[in-house]
Structure formats: C-alpha cells, structure tokens
Design a protein around this ligand. Structure first.
Ligand SMILES: [Zn+2]
Length: 301
C-alpha cells in the first residue's frame, strides 16, 4: 500500500493499515482499523507487532553472556581506537548525501535505520533533511533520545517495517545488515519503503575479505564473541542488492589495517597510522578494506 500523502508515512504494525492520525509521542495511539493500541515509552512509539519476542531475544542473549551486544554504550566508537576511521566514514557519507540532496531541490525525508545509541544523529541532523530514526532495541533508543532530543524516534523491526510503501527519500543503513538473520528480507523491506529514485547508503564491514577472515582465524575468540551473522565481500553484497531490485551506483571501500584485531586496534588509534594504511592499502590491497559503502538507488517508476 502506497503512502497517500507526504504526511502519512506510518502503518499499523499489527494490521498494516495506514495510520493517518498518528503523530507518535506519549499516550499511545489506537489503530482505527484493528483497534490495537500502539504504546509509547518516553515519547518513543513502539511500532512493532510483537514486542515480547524482542524483549525475550535480548534477555536470552543476556543470560548467554552476550549482554554487551544490546547493553554496552556505543560512544566508544567516537572516542576509541577507530575514531579516525569513523571520521573518514562520516566524511564520505556526508559528501554522498550532500550531493544527492543538492540534486533534489527540496527537503527530503531521511531515516537512520538501526540508529543504535544515536551516534550518527547529530551530523545527519545537520543536513537539510527531515530526519527520523528507528531501532528495535529500546535501551538504545532511550540513549539516542537523550543525544538527539529533537529527532523523531520509534521502535521498529526492519523485516516488518511500520511504514507505507515509497515513503522515504533517503535511508542510511549503517553497520546493521550484518547483524540481521534474514538479511534479504531486510533489504526487500528497505526497498519497499524507499521512494522510486530514492537513495540507500548501505555500510557494512568487509569481513568476507581475506584479511579479515585471517584476523578471525588468528583470534577465534573474537569470532566467537562477534554478533555478526554475515561476512560480506563487495561482490556478494552487490549481488544481494541487485536481486532485491536496487541499482548499484557506487561501491566505496575505506579503512585499511592489520589482519589481527588486537594489533590493528593498537596501531590505528594514531591518526597518522590510519592515514598511512589508507593510502598504502588502497593501492596495494584494494579489495581488503575494513569497510564497504554501497550507494544504491531504487529505480524511478
Ligand atoms: Zn491496526
């Protein structure tokens, strides 16, 4: 079902009927079609069909000793050893988005899909876009709320997304796909909610590459504790995206390092090392970068 007006973007997570009166926020919202109440916590609507299933999955991970996947604050990315690499990622994506927005000539609706603790909301929010963000982890959404109080946040399941078809101009889907069991279902859902001609910026680790498979082999404990379910190469991921209907506009590799997790984190905390690896790696090992960004378009109608 298509979005009927620019303001009606959301659909009921239970019956998929459009939610024309839905404004989000406190107090919940009753779906006029199926009568289900959509609850909200601290102003964050829970737009998921089965919240208990998500709560149980997180609880199971906690009991399994994998609580960090869900609970550990993500600020470390901005201050930790990979901060120079993260800055390069942001600079690249900013430039891609700015070029796209300039070409549109209007204020687009953009979504940070799987926003986590909201690390990217500040710089995304500085772009001339109407920004929204979702995650399926309420703990992370509450942290994101504190970090970016003005941005519309909601809880959502990426494989059954609470938005109507063709709703968004831009989707930033950053280091999320490798965590999702049915990644193809997620990509199909992203395709559905993107407007024709819309832009998807898809970032993943390049962990299918030889360097990073080697790093995991050298440190099997890192592999055992990783919450990654997929280990993509550029060509595998491009193939998946094309299967889902996307046009691959550009595949950008960035970040080079040593194929050993501990050593890599040790040396890349220095900017000059990260810069040097970038220059040398790009030339000598072009397929072995740490990160991939795919710039994808949904074909025009
Ligand atoms: Zn409903």
């Amino acid at each position: 079902m298509k979005a009927t007006s620019p303001m009606v973007l959301f659909r009921c997570p239970h019956c998929h009927a459009p939610l024309p009166e839905f404004t989000g926020g406190e107090g919940g919202h009753v779906c006029s079609q199926c009568g289900t109440t959509i609850e909200a916590v601290e102003g964050i609507p829970l737009l998921v069909r089965d919240r208990q299933r998500i709560v149980q999955a997180i609880q199971a991970a906690r009991e399994d000793g994998r609580a960090a996947w869900y609970d550990q604050p993500q600020d470390i990315q901005l201050s930790g050893p990979y901060r120079h690499h993260i800055a390069k990622r942001i600079a690249y994506v900013k430039q891609v988005l700015t070029r796209h927005i300039d070409g549109l000539g209007r204020v687009p609706i953009a979504l940070d899909l799987g926003c986590g603790d909201g690390n990217n909301l500040a710089w995304l929010g500085d772009l001339p876009v109407t920004l929204m963000a979702s995650d399926y982890n309420l703990n992370r959404l509450l942290r994101a709320r504190r970090r970016a109080p003005g941005i519309r946040l909601f809880m959502a399941d990426v494989t059954d997304y609470p938005m109507l078809d063709d709703s968004l101009d831009i989707i930033f889907f950053n280091h999320v796909l490798e965590h999702i069991p049915d990644d193809t279902a997620a990509l199909r859902e992203v395709y559905r909610i993107l407007r024709p001609g819309g832009l998807l910026v898809l970032g993943v680790p390049n962990e299918g590459a030889f360097f990073w498979r080697l790093a995991y082999r050298l440190q099997p404990s890192v592999r055992a504790n990783s919450d990654h379910l997929h280990f993509y190469t550029a060509s595998v991921l491009e193939g998946k995206c094309r299967e889902c209907g996307f046009i691959v506009q550009e595949t950008h590799a960035l970040g080079w390092g040593l194929p050993h997790w501990t050593l890599d984190a040790l040396v890349r905390r220095w900017k000059w090392v990260d810069d040097l690896f970038e220059t040398v790696g790009k030339r000598l090992f072009p397929t072995q970068a740490t990160s991939l960004y795919l710039i994808l378009r949904k074909p025009d109608d």
